[in-house]
Write a protein that binds this ligand. Structure first.
Ligand code: 164
Ligand code: MG
Length: 387
């Protein structure tokens, strides 16, 4: 199956008549810097750019190290959301589950474990996210995620050298939350051999195998993911372990390669990096693998696009949904809305929200950051108009 990134990643309903100047489309632009409760992904504060579009606020917040080619898809997502704050219409017909569709390559996919959540009204179930903290800090982190039934635990922050700390952290989560399922995320920081060695150690933990849903991006490149998956399947101790692709989907020029190579049992999709809700749904449909929606560490404004994506996939799966990695407002020590979109009872609100002008002022980013984000917005806008 051939796949063109630019066409498939951009929302079908992106207006063709975008004005030359983004300020004619976004009537208010605010750059904020939000402190975090815990270091995550190497940062202790998160800068995001808030944009008021035709139908409300949206967020543009590619990570600072991403160049315009990658970041312009994030802007497509902001445009889409600012035009469709309740999600693009007519995306999915209920009753056609994306989770049970066949993968693009005939590679045996083990049956999915019990779904980790069920859609309830306008709220979606979420996982808690455990940064690479020390084992003793685990209970404090878990407390921030009210009622969640699954925790995603970061591992391999320093590659294989993190093994002992990872084992201690995972053990602490299993002990502190005895009924929760777990997921691991290595962000591609292990080699195949290191991933196998890590997993051999982790499976010795009480309850690990039974409670593990999947390991997200254990190794970096998609070919290695396929090799590792084959190796796990052939290993009598590790054969039940499922692999999920994250970076191989959201940072790839060809997200469908994951399914074509049989590189994963599961995919992680994020609304902003994939160019919006409609584009992400198309990728899930084309991959034909079960999907978890996750955040890009957005403010409560940006999390709404992820929540709409989770709702769209859940409707298609007749209400069943993998708990989304959208509980990350709990990793922020400040937000830009009056009632942050933090998990309660294991779910988050999916409603569009208004930026609090007061909070946006309180957390206004420094002048040089304002300038940098405005230049970035202009560069990405230009690329989108040329696409
Ligand atoms: O999925 C989650 O539980 C939370 C979101 C999350 O883990 C991430 C958000 C932003 C950047 C990423 O490095 C990271 C991820 O790898 O999934
Ligand atoms: Mg990840």
């Amino acid at each position: 199956m051939s796949y063109s990134l630019s066409a498939a990643h951009l929302p079908a309903d992106l207006p063709s008549d975008l004005p030359a100047d983004p300020r004619e489309f976004f009537t208010d632009v605010r750059v904020v810097e939000l402190p975090m409760t815990t270091r995550f992904r190497g940062i202790t504060s998160r800068q995001v750019c808030l944009l008021r579009g035709p139908k409300g606020w949206a967020e543009f917040s590619p990570f600072p190290e991403y160049g315009p080619q990658e970041a312009h898809r994030w802007l497509a997502a902001a445009i889409e959301f600012s035009l469709n704050p309740h999600g693009p219409a007519g995306l999915l017909e209920p009753g056609t589950s994306t989770s049970s569709a066949s993968p693009a390559k005939a590679h045996e996919v083990p049956p999915a474990p019990a779904y980790s959540g069920r859609l309830s009204g306008a709220r979606v179930p979420v996982n808690g996210t455990v940064p690479a903290v020390s084992a003793e800090d685990v209970p404090g982190v878990l407390d921030r995620f009210d009622g969640v039934g699954v925790f995603k635990i970061k591992i391999a922050e320093h590659g294989a050298a993190s093994k002992d700390a990872d084992v201690a952290r995972v053990r602490a989560v299993l002990a502190a939350s005895p009924n929760a399922k777990i997921r691991l995320d290595a962000n591609g920081k292990l080699s195949i051999d290191e991933a196998v060695a890590h997993l051999r150690k982790l499976i010795t933990l009480d309850g690990f195998v039974q409670r593990l849903e999947y390991v997200e991006q254990p190794v970096a490149n998609v070919e290695d993911m396929a090799r590792l998956r084959e190796r796990l399947q052939a290993d009598s101790e590790l054969c039940g372990i499922r692999i999920a692709a994250d970076e191989n989907i959201r940072r790839s020029d060809d997200p469908l390669r994951v399914a074509q190579l049989g590189a994963a049992d599961h995919i992680v999709v994020k609304a902003q990096p994939l160019g919006g809700v409609a584009a992400a749904v198309r990728i899930v449909q084309s991959c034909g693998l079960p999907a978890t929606v996750s955040s890009a560490l957005e403010s409560s404004i940006g999390l709404a696009a992820g929540a709409q994506l989770a709702l769209a996939l859940a409707r298609r799966g007749e209400g069943e949904v993998w708990a989304a990695g959208l509980g990350t407002a709990s990793l922020l020590a400040a937000d830009v809305v009056d009632h942050p979109r933090r998990p309660h009872g294991g779910t988050i609100n999916t409603d569009p929200m208004d930026v609090s002008v007061q909070l946006a002022e309180d957390h206004r980013a420094p002048a040089e950051a304002q300038e940098w984000w405005r230049a970035r917005l202009a560069a990405c806008w230009k690329l989108l108009r040329e696409a």
